[in-house]
Ligand binder design. Sequence first.
Ligand code: NDP
Length: 314
Amino acid sequence: MSEHHKVIIIGSGPAGFTAGIYSSRALLDTVIFEGNQPGGQLTITTEVENFPGFPQGVQGPEFMEQLRQQAQKFGAKSIYENIVKVDFSHQPFDIWSDRQTHYTADAVIIATGATARRLHGKGEDKYWGFGISACATCDGFFFRDSNIYVVGGGDSAMEEAHYLTHFGKKVTLVHRRSEFRASKIMIERAKSNPKIDWLLNSVIEEFLGEENFGVKKLTGLRIKNVVSGEMYDVQADGVFYAIGHDPNTQTFKGIINMDETGYIVTEGKTSHTNVKGVFACGDVQDQTYRQAITAAGSGCMAAIDAERFLSDHN
Ligand code: NDP
């Protein structure tokens, strides 16, 4: 059994849903594969303050639900499956989901986004989910009156550290350098928060913990100062990663052109990939801006490019 659609969008963040809105408003039969994380990264974010049109901010999950409804209003259909294999060597394109279902499409828009990085340090696997997390919004609540550490020096680290002070008795930001990648306003906000401490030029060497009657619990961290080489242990109840993301492009390796870090390469100011009829938008092709608004904008571009491609080829 196979199912054909004019436009298949793989991914359901701001890029995928915006592509869905534009594609379905162009009266193209459109489906959106929502993948492993329906709604994408913003569903594990607290407040989105910088999307134009929301002067009071908007909660990430609520915002994504609005985008989904807007795409569905014009006829786009969501399918809650994960795409695991594609063949773009001929038209129509072949696509398979993790449910072994086969789909074909005349145009494909890749909007698979990026995934939070991990440190892969000693003890990480053991205590992952037992004190180590990559989602402050999801897990912050579990660390009330606790000693929390946040790793990273970008906007996410500043935002998460600030957010986690609502729960923890103290939040310590661990960063491997003394300079920050984060924007000035975010650094200032974090610096003016008296509950945030700073461990700069420092990395986590090991995650320490205990296991009682099969119950694991993170209890501390072995910290290394990368300038002095000094190593010491600190007491810690929770660690949150905010160290960036990797593009979700494994399914397209060897099929779609990517740069050396795995991001999809698009042509000039368009969403065209090296395969005619396959387009890419959002964080999967943008290592520089990675904002909800830029992802949404590029989703719009991808749908317009797909619509033009289809009208030229039909
Ligand atoms: P970034 O890539 O900007 O920052 C990642 C941070 O993690 C860097 O400080 C980096 O250190 C550090 N890091 C990376 N790998 C490791 C490692 N293995 N060990 C230790 N530290 C590591 O990612 P963000 O998620 O912070 O931000 C992504 C984008 O989203 C940015 O464009 C940002 O502006 C935006 N954003 C905007 C927000 C807002 O406006 N409200 C909120 C959150 C994000 P180093 O600097 O040394 O490389």
